[in-house]
Design a protein around this ligand. Structure first.
Ligand code: HEM
Length: 290
């Protein structure tokens, strides 16, 4: 199933963004795409519609609807969450101060020896802020498109019905005017007054005691105490614009898996960070967006 999802996602950009040769003959990307979706559909038919919610949907609305539901949820719910988890872990590994603060929050608030529940997660504002900040800096979906349904005016521009517009999350959520020092990973900017009431427990201090295993090079990549308080002060002055970071989209067609993905990410990060120290050793690592 995972192989099918990867096959699908790897072929879509080429099919959508390159010259559409696949309309004339079956290009390799087109074959991968069709094979991935065919196998995926069969797997969903065989495996997913006989239990849980999908089984209920199959009973009430038919096998076809249940298969489409299973297919949709799996197809868009796997790689998105994985990419968000990877970005969060990567940023925490590169910003030891934030990792330490998170570790401290988890040590203080999480129960030992039992499975976490939703009430436990309510006590972890810093964890939630770490995920929000990762999705702000590296939103999984770079932008959302909409086709305008009626003539409208946006920022003074008349936009006729039928126009396709793009809301570029990645650009906006990395703009200085909305997020001061946008390229610094500062989860603290998302915390509310109450969350930082016990700010001593969010150990900006702890970075001083940071594990000696980090080289000075890595420490230099972290933002220091001055940067954090400077960012928080500026962020507080301008506030957080409700549309400046929308990693799950907005409105009627926003992500239906938002809550599910958030809980998955919270549980994963809590489990990893409570037991492990993350270090990032590939100094030549480069990312690109295509
Ligand atoms: C970190 C993980 C995820 C991110 C960043 C993400 C992001 C998004 C975004 C940006 C959209 C488009 C929203 C819009 O157009 O306004 C979307 C749509 C959608 N997402 Fe997610 N998503 C994630 C995880 C999931 C999961 C786990 C599921 C299902 C279990 C899911 C199911 C869907 C579905 C079905 C849609 C289409 C909704 C519609 O068109 O009405 N997503 N997602």
């Amino acid at each position: 199933m995972i192989k099918c999802i990867h096959g699908f996602f790897h072929s879509v950009p080429e099919l959508e963004l390159s010259a559409p040769l696949w309309r004339i003959y079956s290009t390799p990307a087109y074959k991968t795409y069709i094979e991935a979706l065919d196998s995926f559909r069969l797997l969903c038919l065989k495996r997913l519609t006989d239990k849980g919610v999908c089984a209920q949907v199959a009973k009430n609305c038919g096998q076809k609807v249940a298969t489409i539901l299973a297919l949709d949820l799996m197809l868009v719910g796997v790689d998105t969450t994985a990419a968000a988890a990877a970005s969060s872990l990567y940023l925490l590994a590169n910003v030891p101060r934030a990792q330490r603060a998170l570790q401290k929050e988890l040590d203080t608030n999480l129960p030992k020896n039992r499975i976490l529940n939703d009430k436990d997660l309510d006590k972890l504002p810093y964890l939630k802020a770490c995920i929000k900040e990762a999705l702000r800096m590296k939103p999984v979906i770079l932008g959302n498109g909409r086709c305008i349904q009626s003539d409208t005016t946006i920022s003074g521009y008349k936009v006729p019905k039928g126009t396709h517009i793009v809301f570029p999350h990645y650009v906006l959520s990395n703009e200085e005017r909305y997020f001061p020092s946008p390229h610094e990973y500062v989860p603290e900017r998302w915390l509310r007054e109450n969350d930082i009431a016990g700010k001593d427990q969010y150990p900006i201090k702890a970075m001083n005691q940071f594990d000696k295993r980090h080289s000075s090079d890595e420490i230099s990549r972290t933002c220091d105490r001055t940067v954090v308080s400077d960012v928080c002060r500026k962020q507080k002055e301008i506030g957080i614009h409700p549309f400046a970071s929308l990693p799950f989209g907005f409105g009627r067609r926003m992500c239906v898996g938002k809550r599910f993905a958030e809980v998955e990410l919270q549980l994963l990060l809590a489990r990893v960070i409570i037991d492990f120290l993350l270090l990032f050793s590939n100094t030549n690592y480069e990312t690109s967006i295509y």
